[in-house]
Design a protein around this ligand. Structure first.
Ligand SMILES: Nc1nc2c(ncn2[C@@H]2O[C@H](COP(=O)(O)OP(=O)(O)O)[C@@H](O)[C@H]2O)c(=O)[nH]1
Ligand SMILES: [Mg+2]
Length: 384
């Protein structure tokens, strides 16, 4: 195919008499598959989704149209990620699952052993009340069904953990356009928990799933935070709406981002916020205002609370403050790769009555997964 095009080009050049053989090599595309389409439209994928950087290079008269364009990354879709990232969880969490398995398999399940089981659960951040409940359930099952093989013990514990992780609410993120408007996701949480990273990774996976995304940099207190979000967006072609002035009103940036999303007919607008916890009233005023101002244009579909899994009970206390201030609809639990305390999933859902919807499983750009309870429990228990 390329040869035919090359021959035709050469023939045309010979006919015209313009004997410049310098260009064809330099402008030929590396990607044969994109050749025909790009040749016909005169554009590349990078051109179809212009970014600020992309426009800057367009003004320079370069030789090839694609010569200096930043190429956009194609993130993988979100489906099946938790299973794929299971090793991340298993690696750090074998302690919790295998300790439970070996205690339950021990020949003598006396009071002391049951206390130890409860301790393991509490140490894994399951929370005191749910830990007691689980121990009672397991005791009953053992009593009713008698001695068991290791495989039966495993199946029993698996069922118990699954029912503890289960919630009646849907784990699905509300990221579908509706009534001709983009879905709006407000991302809140304490500083350092991973809000900006969560926005960035989520933008990637949404784009990987074929959606279009606008980011709103409503953490306006540090220029670095805005840049951090924009860097994530630029890599995958999600425009970042921000203010040029440091310390601008977060609500007005959020409003602009949502307006941009409506105008551009985007599927999803993700709003990153600041998480300073100086006073509860300060936080309430600020987040409340951001939400109210967005709602002047369209509904907020999801308020995602980001929680760092490594911070345990302390993190839970802080999460509670946020939940009192805004109506949290889902939890993004980050840094699950760095902790043996996966029980926080159970604790936070019970504490806030909201399902964990997203798991952060590493610092890589695609180390985030829709939370999948079965994959989670299997990871905790390790391979059978
Ligand atoms: N290991 C690990 N690190 C994470 C994860 N999510 C975020 N981080 C790191 O946590 C730090 C704080 O994240 P950032 O998004 O800036 O937090 P923010 O202040 O809430 O916006 C960064 O160094 C991230 O790379 C995760 O799931 N796993
Ligand atoms: Mg941030």
């Amino acid at each position: 195919m390329e040869y035919i095009i090359l021959i035709v080009v050469l023939a045309v050049l010979v006919v015209i008499g313009g004997v410049t053989f310098l260009r064809p090599r330099g402008t030929r595309r590396r990607d044969g598959g994109a050749d025909a389409g790009a040749g016909a439209s005169g554009g590349t994928i990078a051109e179809e989704r212009p970014s600020a950087a992309g426009r800057a290079t367009e003004t320079k008269a370069t030789v090839g149209p694609e010569a200096e364009k930043p190429s956009l990354e194609k993130p993988p879709p979100s489906a099946g990620r938790m299973v794929r990232l299971r090793a991340r969880l298993a690696r750090s969490q074998t302690g919790f699952g295998s300790a439970l398995l070996s205690l339950l398999s021990s020949g003598k399940l006396d009071d002391e052993t049951w206390d130890e089981i409860e301790d393991v659960l509490i140490t894994a951040d399951v929370g005191v009340t749910p830990a007691r409940q689980m121990v009672e359930d397991l005791k009953t099952k053992v009593k009713v069904e008698g001695a068991r093989t290791p495989a039966e013990v495993r199946a029993m514990l698996r069922a118990e953990l699954l029912s503890a992780v289960d919630t009646p609410a849907s784990r699905e993120l509300r990221t579908q356009r509706h009534e001709g408007r983009p879905a709006v996701v407000l991302v809140v949480g304490v500083n350092g928990t991973g809000k900006t990273t969560t926005c960035g990774k989520l933008a990637r996976s949404l784009i990987g799933d074929g959606q279009s995304v606008i980011l709103g940099a409503a953490d306006t207190f540090r220029a670095a935070a805005v840049e951090q979000l924009k860097t994530w967006g630029d890599r995958v072609g999600a425009e970042t709406v921000r203010s040029d002035t440091e310390g601008a009103d977060p609500a007005s940036v959020a409003f602009d981002a949502v307006s941009k999303g409506i105008e551009a007919e985007a599927d999803v607008v993700l709003i990153d916020t600041a998480g300073r916890l100086h006073t509860k009233t300060g936080l309430m005023d600020e987040l409340g205002k951001v939400k109210r101002v967005i709602e002047k244009r369209t509904a907020v579909d999801e308020v995602l609370l980001v929680l760092d899994a490594t911070t345990g009970q302390n993190g839970l206390r802080q999460a509670r403050v946020f939940a009192e201030v805004v109506d949290v609809t889902g939890i993004a639990l980050t840094k699950l790769d760095g902790t043996a305390k996966g029980g926080i999933v159970i604790a936070v859902q019970r504490e806030l009555g909201v399902p964990v919807k997203i798991a952060g499983l590493g610092e890589g750009p695609d180390d985030q997964a829709p939370f999948d309870p079965e994959a989670f429990v299997d990871a905790i228990l390790g391979d059978d």
